[in-house]
Each structure stands twice: as structure tokens, then as C-alpha cells.
Design a protein around this ligand. Structure first.
Ligand code: ADP
Ligand code: ZN
Length: 730
């Protein structure tokens, strides 16, 4: 590895900060000089801000007025590879560089002074002479049990100078230790024996290991039904990367980061990997960020933001459940972690494994086109076979209103209860009921700030807006006509389905799994682990349960409303429904018992429902590909959304109309613009949102044209403009 370029004291350097400025600013290198990529603190007006040395200064300012870098921070300089990734990700998503840099500097305490490197706790020795000041330090420590503090914290709490604490350290009365942020991770050992792989799995593992061994970029689409052993196979790719002395990153949808998964990693490599997710503590994040940067964390298991960690020598990125829509970040910087993983890997010379039972059409098309290598695991591990899938034709079930479990489904659940097997009832709706209706005046309670209905959450005893999170107590009287006692729930949510199940199956142990019902991700994980051990007979859940959990005793899955995703005009609806139904069905019959999946539907002849039932994936994908390519939409064409939002709908619409008229830069590349129209989420937190959709040929230079086009609007005052490349819905 080459050492980065060095700037001597007084040299002009350009420093990129996370402040919303449109360029990197010139500073003088500090005393002692600094490296290209160094994390620094610089003065900006009256403030000190964090920045990264981005290159040589431009020198187009009055040299006398240029200020100096205040100090170089205690962190390895950002490598060329990561800076390049940020630049290219910014170009692709049309994101300003400062916002991009923010994603890569989200480690808390990056600007920690060197004093943060040590922590202090009560030692075993006694001070030789107990002055007042020394006594205060020891009393302070005694009051906090086994906690430790930084030097400054401890001195401040005790009301002494740091030298008093240092004196106690010399005498052994206070112990000085390395801060946990500098604790390395235990070594993972890739040479431990893995499981005995089936011939199919072994061939796949060998193929991936060889790809990782080339130490150059490539992407493999690893497709295999749920339970076929995709995880076992890609863990061998991880082993290959570690054995070659390179780092590996496994991305999972946030919720799939379970203890069960970690246990498997520990079994394979003999030690725990670094876990980067929203629930991690500050200290842990600080530690991971630093250790990844020093190459001391060999394997990171993380949610999408782990892509921006400062890997030194990244050999492999796995994106598990690559089709999962939660990889798309929908706020702030709009990016799809799956696509950004491929970009980062192509710059770092790493291999990418995209794993899924039901790949996104984008990845499927890339594999068809030969850009990705295909790897298929065709059978489930061991005796487990894919569940039998059948439709329940709801038109003939004679179900009363306010009931959702058909007699046919009930009989199947009863049978599982007798056999001591688990059943799952799946409904993709959180809360108690999606609509709260006044039976006196017909009013439906909506959110005051969004264009969405309020959803009753009986467990919380509140109405909640799923768009903006706003909630209010369930009212007694109708907010529109003031009639009392007339508000009624309409339609089922997961909580209400739980009630119905309790009525239908009074003897059963029922577990309702929905993110709302658990205070923390940790509590939810604990519940899921309990269920896997057999602590419930019936599992009722939302999309949460469709993701990557192993329930060995589960043999029946009942989908309450298979038609739910097919409504609406979204061109991706069919793909979503297909993936979700296959994933849910894949929960059943994982161990030695065959499973059954029953889909309650009012449209058993719908082409999507039919291909789900037939299990004809290739057929489904080809048909879907044909439709999309005829429409010229992704992955066969390119799309971008421009979202204009303002408290005043007219301002957003007027700006949208102006853009639609001045479409010269788009026409120049043969792109079309549609809209403005209300965005899929038309009002959020009191802001009206208007969307323009741009459609272009696959080869057209879309980003350039978009930049020129939106450059015509001055975004000021209450107006906001966001670019959404490759929008999720179109
Ligand atoms: P997928 O990721 O495709 O859903 P997994 O890798 O999770 O599949 O495998 C499903 C289950 O089968 C897991 O419990 C796993 O430990 C087990 N399994 C898969 N392959 C093997 C093998 N070769 N030896 C032992 N157990 C295996
Ligand atoms: Zn709202």
C-alpha cells in the first residue's frame, strides 16, 4: 500500500467539510503537516468544523486571508478508494459532497482529543497521602461502582485538575486503561472447519472462493430457495476473503440481524464479528469505525450504512436478501445500498455476492445480460422441500364481515395444533385496523400533517400515522360530527388478527410479531428466538417475520390477504407481491416436515397469483421483464424522480410546472418528463410533495441532463428539492 501524499506545514490544502458549501475550502496545512485524506478540524467563521483534506488548495483566494487547519484528528486518513467512492456515489445520486461526506463520518467522537484514548477507574492501590483533592477523586469513583471515565470527565466531576488524577494513577489508586474504542476485535479464524456441504453447496462455495481469490471486482447473484444453504455458501466466500488477509462486509436488512445469525458466524469463525446497526452503542460504533479503519475488524455484519465505513482492504461485500426494499434509503441521501455496494466493490477491487431467494428484477436482468455471474442452489438442505402452495378462493368461503380467517384456513391450523406443529398467519399491515370510521357521519380519521389515514394501535391505545409517526390518543367522539361512541375499526391489522385468532383458537399459545409491540429491536429478537425454540403455536406477523428467520417447527403459513400488494398502479407491485409471497411461504417446512402455504385471495386467476402458486419463477421474471422492457422502465430504461416539497402546495406545483416547461436539457438526451403530480406520499409533516418523473434510455447521460435541468430552479425559502435516482415506485 502506498502512503498517501503529504503536505508540509503552510502548504495550501483543500478541505471538504460536512457543512453545506458548494466546494472544498482552502486552508494552510498545520504545524507538522498533514496527509491527503487526513481528518482535520478547521475554522469556519466563528466555528470549528470537521473536514477531510481533499487535495491541494486551489489558491484562488488572497493567501494572506487563508486560515490554518487547527489540528489533525486522531484517525487514519481517509483512503483514496473511499474518497473516490464518495465522489462517484455523489455523482450518481446527484447528492452534494458535504452530505455524502456526512455518511462517512458518522462515527461519534471522530474529533475526540487524544485524552479520550485512556479511561480511568478505581485501582487496587491506596494513595500515599490523602489530600482533599485526592479524596474527592476516590469518592467520585466509589460513587459509580465499576464505571470508568475519561480524564476530563473524572477531573470535572471531582472538581480537581487532571494532574491530581494523574498523580493517583502513579500511585496505583486509580487505574488507567485503553479506551474500549481502541479494543481490537478477537481474531476470526477462517481455517476452522465449516459444515459438511452438500455437493451442490460445495461447488457454489468453491466458485465464490475462486472469485474472491481473483482479488478483483466481480458480482455473483446467488439465488436459491429459502433454506437451500445460501448463508452457508457465502460464509465460505467470507472465509476466502479473511484467509487472503482482506476484510469482508455482510449487509443484512436491519431486522434480519439476529442472534441466530451471529451464532452461525461465531460457530464458523470462532469469534464474534463487528456488528454495525442502529442499536449499537456510541462506544461500540466508535470502536468499529476505528478498528475497521485500522484493518483490525476483519468482518463487519451491518445495516446499509456500514457501506461507508473506512475499510482498509475490502475483499468481499455480501448483500443478503438483496431484493429487500429496506436497502433503499428514503430520507436524506437517497441511495440503494445494493447498487452502492456494487459501486464500492468495483472501486475497491472486491467481489460482491447478492443473495436472495427472489432476486430483484434489476439483478435478474444484470445476470441475464452477463454482467453478473449466476450461481443457483436448487434444492433445500436435507429433507426439507419447498412448501406446497394453494389458493383459498375467498369468493366461496362465506366469511362474515369482520372476520378474516377462512373456515378452510382454520381447519388447517386446527390440524397443526393437534400435531403440535406451528402455524403462521401473515398480514402485511401494522396496527389494529387501517381505517377508523365514524358510523354516524362516514368520516375517516386522517393525519393532520400527511395525506394518510390514522391507523388505530390498540396496544398503544393511540391512532398513529404510519407516514410521519404522529400519534394521538384514540378519541371518544368523532372529530368531524362529534357523535360519541360511533367510531369503528374497519379492516384488519396484525393486532386485530391476533384477537380473532385468540377467539378461534382459545387453547393455542399465540405470538403477535409486529415492530410496534416491542419496545426495542432487542426485545423483538428475544421473542423471535423464543418462537424458534417452540414457545408459540401460532405466530401472527407482518413483513417482519418474512425475513430470514428459521422456525423449525413451522409447517403452515396462511396469507390473510394475498391481494393486498396487487392494488394500485405501481409498476413494481407484481414484483413485490411475488417476492413477499415466496418469502413468506418459504418460512414453512424448513426442517424435516413438509410445509404448506395457503393464500387467501379474491382473484385466484390473477397472473401474479397463478405464477406464485405454480412456483414458476423464471416464467414470472420473463413475463415481467417483457412488460417492463416494452414500457421502457427499469431495469430496461432509466428513471429519476424529482420531489419538490413546500408547506404551500401551490409553490411546489408552480415550480414543478416551470420545470416541466423548461425541459430542454432533458429533450436534448431524448428523455421525457411526466408530471408534476402529487408524490406517492403526497403530504408529509405538513409539507406538500409534488413529483416529476423522468424517463430516459438506458444509455442516456441522465445525471448530467438532470443537473442542468434542475439547475434552472433556485431552491430557496420554503421550497425543497430532492432527486431520487431509480425510484422505488413508478
Ligand atoms: P438460506 O440462507 O438459503 O435460507 P441457510 O444457509 O440458512 O439457507 O440454511 C438453512 C438451514 O439449513 C440452516 O439452519 C443451516 O444451518 C442448515 N444447513 C444448510 N446447509 C447445511 C449443511 N451443509 N450442513 C448442515 N446444515 C446445513
Ligand atoms: Zn402524518
Amino acid at each position: 500500500m502506498s502512503t498517501p501524499q503529504f503536505y508540509d506545514e503552510g502548504d495550501l490544502v483543500a478541505v471538504l467539510t460536512t457543512q453545506p458549501l458548494d466546494r472544498a475550502l482552502d486552508y494552510k496545512a498545520p504545524e507538522g503537516g498533514c496527509h491527503l485524506g487526513a481528518f482535520v478540524e478547521v475554522p469556519l467563521g466563528p466555528r470549528k468544523v470537521l473536514g477531510v483534506v481533499w487535495g491541494p488548495g486551489k489558491g484562488d483566494y488572497d493567501r494572506a486571508r487563508i486560515r490554518s487547519v487547527i489540528r489533525v484528528l486522531d484517525a487514519a486518513p481517509m483512503r483514496e478508494e473511499l474518497r473516490d467512492f464518495l465522489r462517484r456515489a455523489a455523482d450518481y445520486t446527484l447528492t452534494p459532497m458535504p452530505a455524502m461526506l456526512r455518511l462517512a463520518t458518522r462515527a461519534p467522537g471522530l474529533g475526540d482529543p487524544p485524552s479520550m484514548r485512556k479511561i480511568y477507574r478505581r485501582g487496587t492501590g491506596e494513595p500515599r497521602r490523602l489530600t482533599d483533592a485526592r479524596a474527592r477523586v476516590l469518592e467520585t469513583l466509589a460513587g459509580y461502582g465499576d464505571l470508568s471515565f475519561t480524564l476530563r470527565e473524572l477531573a470535572e466531576m471531582a472538581g480537581v485538575t487532571p494532574s491530581v488524577v494523574k498523580g493517583l494513577v502513579e500511585q496505583g489508586a486509580v487505574a488507567e486503561e485503553d479506551s474500549p474504542r481502541d479494543l481490537p476485535f478477537a481474531r476470526l479464524d477462517p481455517s476452522l472447519p465449516g459444515k459438511d456441504l452438500t455437493p451442490d453447496q460445495a461447488a457454489g462455495a468453491a466458485q465464490l472462493a475462486a472469485a474472491v481469490g481473483t482479488q478483483s471486482y466481480g458480482t455473483t447473484l446467488l439465488r436459491g430457495v429459502t433454506g437451500s444453504g445460501k448463508t452457508e455458501v457465502y460464509l465460505e466466500a467470507v472465509a476466502a476473503a479473511l484467509a487472503a488477509g482482506r476484510q469482508a462486509l455482510v449487509l443484512l436488512p436491519e431486522i434480519a440481524l439476529t442472534a441466530e445469525f451471529l451464532t452461525r458466524v461465531v460457530e464458523r469463525f470462532g469469534a464474534k464479528p463487528a456488528e454495525w446497526h442502529s442499536g449499537a452503542t456510541m462506544t461500540e460504533r466508535r470502536r468499529i469505525w476505528r478498528m475497521v479503519g485500522q484493518g483490525q475488524a476483519q468482518l463487519v455484519i451491518g445495516a446499509r450504512s456500514a457501506l461507508f465505513l473506512p475499510f482498509q482492504n475490502l475483499g468481499l461485500i455480501v448483500v443478503d436478501e438483496e431484493h429487500d426494499t429496506s436497502y433503499k434509503q428514503e430520507e436524506g441521501v437517497l441511495y440503494n445500498a445494493r447498487d452502492m455496494a456494487v459501486l464500492r466493490a468495483s472501486i475497491a477491487g472486491s467481489h460482491v455476492v447478492l443473495a436472495s431467494a427472489t432476486p430483484s428484477l434489476e439483478s435478474w436482468a444484470n445476470a441475464q445480460a452477463g454482467k453478473y455471474t449466476r450461481l443457483e442452489l436448487t434444492s433445500r438442505f436435507g429433507p426439507a422441500v419447498m412448501p406446497q402452495m394453494r389458493a383459498i378462493d375467498m369468493r366461496t368461503e362465506g366469511l362474515p364481515s369482520d372476520a378474516w380467517v377462512s373456515p378452510t384456513l382454520k381447519a388447517e391450523v386446527d390440524r397443526r395444533l393437534e400435531l403440535g406443529e406451528q402455524s403462521m398467519l401473515f398480514i402485511n399491515r401494522r396496527g389494529y385496523a387501517p381505517i377508523t370510521l365514524c358510523r354516524a357521519c362516514g368520516h375517516q380519521i386522517g393525519c393532520d400533517h400527511c395525506d394518510a389515514r390514522m391507523v388505530e394501535h390498540r396496544f398503544l391505545k393511540r391512532l398513529v400515522c404510519h407516514q410521519c409517526g404522529e400519534s394521538k390518543p384514540m378519541p371518544e367522539a368523532c372529530p368531524s360530527c362529534a357523535a360519541e361512541g360511533k367510531l369503528a375499526p374497519v379492516g384488519p391489522g396484525v393486532e386485530r388478527l391476533g384477537e380473532e385468532a385468540a377467539r378461534l383458537f382459545p387453547q393455542a399459545r399465540i405470538a403477535t410479531l409486529s415492530s410496534d409491540l416491542y419496545g426495542s429491536a432487542r426485545a423483538l429478537k428475544a421473542e423471535i428466538e423464543g418462537i424458534a425454540q417452540g414457545a408459540a403455536d401460532i405466530i401472527i406477523g407482518t413483513q417482519l417475520v418474512a425475513k430470514g428467520h428459521n422456525f423449525p417447527k413451522l409447517t403452515l403459513v396462511g396469507v390473510i390477504d394475498a391481494d393486498l400488494g396487487l392494488q394500485g398502479s405501481d409498476l413494481r407491485a407484481a414484483e413485490r407481491t411475488f417476492q413477499l409471497m415466496r418469502q413468506v411461504a418459504g418460512r414453512a417446512g424448513r426442517a424435516d416436515k413438509p410445509g404448506t402455504a395457503l393464500l387467501q385471495t379474491y382473484q385466484p386467476d390473477h397472473p401474479v397469483i397463478r405464477s406464485i402458486l405454480a412456483g414458476d419463477e423464471e416464467g414470472f421474471w420473463s413475463a415481467e421483464a417483457k412488460e417492463r422492457s416494452q414500457a421502457g422502465v427499469p431495469p430496461y430504461g432509466r428513471m429519476a424522480g424529482i420531489i419538490l416539497s413546500a408547506p404551500d402546495a401551490a409553490l411546489a406545483f408552480d415550480t414543478g410546472n416551470m420545470l416541466a416547461r423548461q425541459d430542454g436539457p432533458l429533450r436534448a438526451i431524448g428523455a421525457q418528463v411526466f408530471g408534476p403530480a402529487p408524490a406517492p406520499i403526497a403530504r408529509v409533516r405538513g409539507r406538500h410533495r409534488v413529483r416529476l418523473l423522468v424517463k430516459a434510455d438506458k444509455a442516456a447521460p441522465l445525471q448530467d441532463a438532470l443537473a442542468r435541468w434542475i439547475g434552472q430552479v433556485r431552491v430557496k425559502g420554503d421550497l425543497r428539492l430532492a432527486v431520487d435516482i431509480d425510484p422505488q415506485s413508478f
